[in-house]
Design a binder for this molecule. Sequence first.
Ligand code: ATP
Length: 342
Amino acid sequence: MNTSAPLLSTQALAIGYTGRNQRKRSVAESLALDLWPGQLVCLLGPNGAGKSTLMRTLAGLQPPLSGQILLNGQPLANFNPTELAQRLSLVLAERVEAGNLSVHELIALGRTPHTGWLGKLTESDLAQVQKAITATGTQKFAYRRIHQLSDGERQKVMLARALAQDTNLILLDEPTAHLDLPNRVEMMRLLHQLTRQTQKAILLSTHELDLALQMADKLWLLDAQGNMAVGAPEDLVLSGMFEATFAKAGFYFDRTTGAFMMHPDEQGPAISLLGDERLLFWTRRALQREGFRISQENSVATVDATYQNGNAVWRCEQTDRASLFVSIENLLHALKSLTDER
Ligand SMILES: Nc1ncnc2c1ncn2[C@@H]1O[C@H](COP(=O)(O)OP(=O)(O)OP(=O)(O)O)[C@@H](O)[C@H]1O
């Protein structure tokens, strides 16, 4: 495979919708994007930003408002549906009605672009199907009917079908939406491995900011105004672009911990906090949730969180007394009574 050229690129692409009166409603414009072999790219953005619109446009399911999409250097519109399906697989967020098909039959449909509608599956096709089933952990229910699956199981089957299709480019719209945390991590890891082992390019849209920050080679950050920022996750965090894309009143992105946090109450009583780094992180969160400020200035108490003989202990010191607590719950209880007294 030629790794010196992008599998997909866009030039001055505008995406959106054309109304009945032919009036265009643009969702994003001037998009210059590319997807390279061996890359896992996560498309992130708030609700309604245009992630699905972009996915559908890149997959040729809806026309661009203007601009170009090039697949393997050729305009997307030049490919007929079979040629397109040999190069690009797409899993949409919407539920697919699969009639009475079994899981195995649906996954095997992924081979259709390579065999033709009436084509018989060869041994190598069946091996490809089996590989996709094993990779996605769908063997446990491979002979069940699609309508007998949970949403999470169905989502894995749709990924398996895309893997069976064995295209160089895979587009996935919210592939982890119905999965529990271990399965989400597992799927992201699988996709990451695939890019490394097979040089496929994978673009997925997701609301899993945390996982995307950890796993993606590149982020495409689409904000609510249709502005796109592209870069390595860490660069986008450090530049503040990541935070800006999801900015909303009431919380902020902590660049040190990589987590979204609620804004602390600036009016609450102050607690001076010191001690072990890990304990500090969780103690700060609990105190802020209860409306305390973390500050040495005018503090009503000093809390020192440390490990003693392997156990977490919080020493709370006020002007006239000091107490020891062995849980955050008890510490909070005492601090709330203290501030209620005042
Ligand atoms: N068929 C349609 N016709 C007109 N406008 C649409 C259509 N589908 C979506 N939109 C609008 O286009 C914008 C982008 O929608 P899109 O579904 O692409 O967002 P998204 O980023 O995928 O959102 P979410 O995170 O909520 O899934 C929204 O303002 C939406 O209301």
